[in-house]
Design a protein around this ligand. Structure first.
Ligand code: TMP
Length: 212
């Protein structure tokens, strides 16, 4: 029987790259083109695990670094049954951050290597497309101050950027680097082109397993 699943599309990038705005624009564009789509974001702060993560990010609680890494991963795993169900129903999922953020942020902390950080997410549904919104630290700083949450400092974000660069060397992932310094409209057009191609080809391909 022909497979008619939706595509798993992820947007990644450092803070201020415009991921959330672009996810919303893409969602509207896919729906307008008649392709069913929904948006998700990680961390999903609505679950019990997500609330632990949220309190940590808001600096209302402290958690040991390995522990919080595993919580971020558990927060993705708990949503996997729902993700699979939607993809099987032919719904394309547009995901704001995924395991790549998980690895890039934790491995930017002292004493963490990419390899250890990737382990907990091995076997997650593999994205059909990962678009990395590229923005230099200098350009990001022109977009205003960082917020109050944990990790929102220029120094930490530059290390995160380097970790993303290492992750992008993995040719088993369909990475597309998007120049996020362009206008919102141009970035949107670029993202939409990649996404439409992916949605139309994913229909006939089995869903893969991440980093396996
Ligand atoms: P947000 O601002 O997109 O809600 O992301 C929350 C923060 O959590 C952001 O600084 C990136 C970080 N993060 C991790 O450290 N690990 C993860 O697995 C994810 C998804 C996000």
């Amino acid at each position: 029987m022909a497979c008619t699943r939706g595509a798993l599309i992820v947007l990644e990038g450092v803070d201020k790259a415009g991921k959330t705005t672009q996810c919303k624009r893409l969602l509207e564009a896919l729906r307008r083109s008649g392709r069913p789509a929904e948006m998700m974001r990680f961390p999903d702060r609505t679950t019990a695990i997500g609330q632990l993560i949220s309190a940590y990010l808001e600096k209302k609680s402290d958690l040991e670094d390995h522990t919080v890494h595993l919580l971020f991963s558990a927060n993705r795993w708990e949503l996997v049954p729902l993700m699979r169900k939607k993809l099987e129903q032919g719904i394309t999922l547009i995901v704001d951050r995924y395991a790549f953020s998980g690895v890039a942020f934790t491995s930017a902390k002292p004493g963490f290597c990419l390899d250890w950080c990737m382990k907990a997410d091995v076997g997650l549904p593999k994205p059909d497309l990962v678009m990395f919104l590229q923005l230099s630290p200098a350009e990001a700083s022109l977009r205003g101050q960082f917020g109050e949450e944990r990790y929102e400092t220029g120094v930490f974000q530059s290390v995160v950027q380097q970790r993303f660069e290492e992750l992008r060397k993995d040719s088993s992932i369909n990475w597309q680097v998007i120049d996020a310094s362009q206008s919102v409209e141009d970035v949107h057009k670029n993202i939409t082109t990649h996404s439409l191609n992916t949605v139309d080809t994913a229909h006939n391909l089995p869903l893969g397993e991440l980093w396996k």
